[in-house]
Design a protein around this ligand. Structure first.
Ligand SMILES: [Zn+2]
Length: 345
């Protein structure tokens, strides 16, 4: 995805020849200053659409994104070579909250003691075992989770939270994992299982930039993108595309802070990857039962106004190329459906 690369050019005319690395450098310096974080409050001076995602609505938004990803990753299993343990837990962590809000999160949930459960995807292994929003995970298979040190800054805590998720997933790869969970001040033990699924780590990032990207460790979608999509079918097109980048092992275009990681990449190579991610993303969405009819109207709305740019200045294939991919994939899926009953005979 990464439409964001071309934004700096909407403001002024660009004369050829400008090489892609220069474009990327410009994008990095101009457009990415407001690196997205979630949920909401680490940067007090964040853009004005904040109230739309305050408190419980942010939780609902996180859960909506996680639920679509859960379906894509779960039903997409035949399309993925490498399988990951999927639980349905949507995490939150103390350092994501503004310093002023942290004491409340500590006294209410004990969120200083480990990764917290922000929400649980319905019908997931986490829901089945009775994990609840508000729980805090203390240990897995006898090993404590890392506790974020007091006053930790945003750059230092992300690797710690990644570590907690790695720790849980490593245990789950060996089978059901024994968890100690803190709930309303009391510790309880439960055994969490997982589903073998495609890659499914996702984070909703608070940002007013309509964008989604992969970091190599997770898929990040902005709250502005969530506002932009008109249905879960469109959401599945966006998230399927980003999951596909991860599944296909494409090098990340950004790091966890939303900063550009891939300088000097050749445009042709980039468009090739975009086309591959489009195709696999559509197959994931179809496997999960989403309506691919949503794809072309989405791309038209999302990319249409940028499509007049000369190819050299675009970070994405032309709208026409994308529409062709959608039609080809829809035809291929329809053909497969038509022949499927015969395969079983
Ligand atoms: Zn992409």
């Amino acid at each position: 995805m990464e439409l964001i690369f071309i934004r700096p050019f909407s403001a002024f005319a660009v004369r050829a020849p400008v090489l892609l690395p220069a474009i990327l450098a410009l994008a990095a310096s101009n457009a990415l200053a407001a690196a997205p974080v979630s949920p909401a409050s680490e940067h007090p001076a964040t853009p004005p659409s904040a109230p739309a995602y305050a408190g419980s609505s942010l939780r609902a938004a996180d859960l909506r994104v996680a639920s679509v990803v859960f379906r894509l990753a779960g039903y997409g299993t035949p399309l993925c070579r490498r399988l990951e343990p999927l639980t349905g837990i949507v995490f939150h962590h103390l350092p994501e909250y503004a310093p002023a809000d942290r004491p409340g999160m500590i006294s209410r949930y004990g969120l200083d003691r480990g990764p917290g459960v922000l929400a649980i995807v319905g019908d997931s292994p986490a829901a089945k075992v009775g994990l609840e929003a508000g729980d805090v995970l203390l240990s897995v298979d006898g090993k404590a989770f890392v506790r974020p040190p007091d006053g930790i800054d945003s750059k230092s805590w992300r690797p710690l939270t990644d570590k907690s998720e790695d720790q849980l997933e490593d245990s789950l790869r060996a089978g059901p994992a024994d968890l100690i969970v803190l709930r309303r001040g009391r510790e309880r033990a439960l055994t969490l299982d997982s589903l073998p699924a495609c890659f499914g780590r996702v984070r909703l990032a608070y940002s007013n930039q309509v964008n989604a990207f992969s970091t190599g460790h997770e898929v990040v979608m902005t709250t502005a993108m969530l506002d932009f999509v008109r249905s879960d079918d469109e959401l599945a097109i966006v998230l399927g595309h980003e999951l596909a980048h991860q599944i296909l092992g494409h090098p990340p275009m950004r790091n966890a802070d939303g900063l550009l990681a891939a300088f000097g990449i050749k445009a042709g190579e980039y468009w090739q990857r975009e086309a591959e991610a489009d195709r696999l993303g559509l197959r994931l969405a179809a496997a999960a039962g989403y309506d691919l009819e949503a794809a072309i109207p989405f791309w038209r709305r999302y990319l249409g106004k940028y499509d007049w740019y000369p190819q050299l200045f675009r970070s994405h294939p032309s709208l026409k190329a994308r529409e062709r991919i959608v039609r080809e994939e829809m035809e291929a899926i329809a053909r497969k459906k038509a022949t499927a009953p015969n395969d079983r005979k």
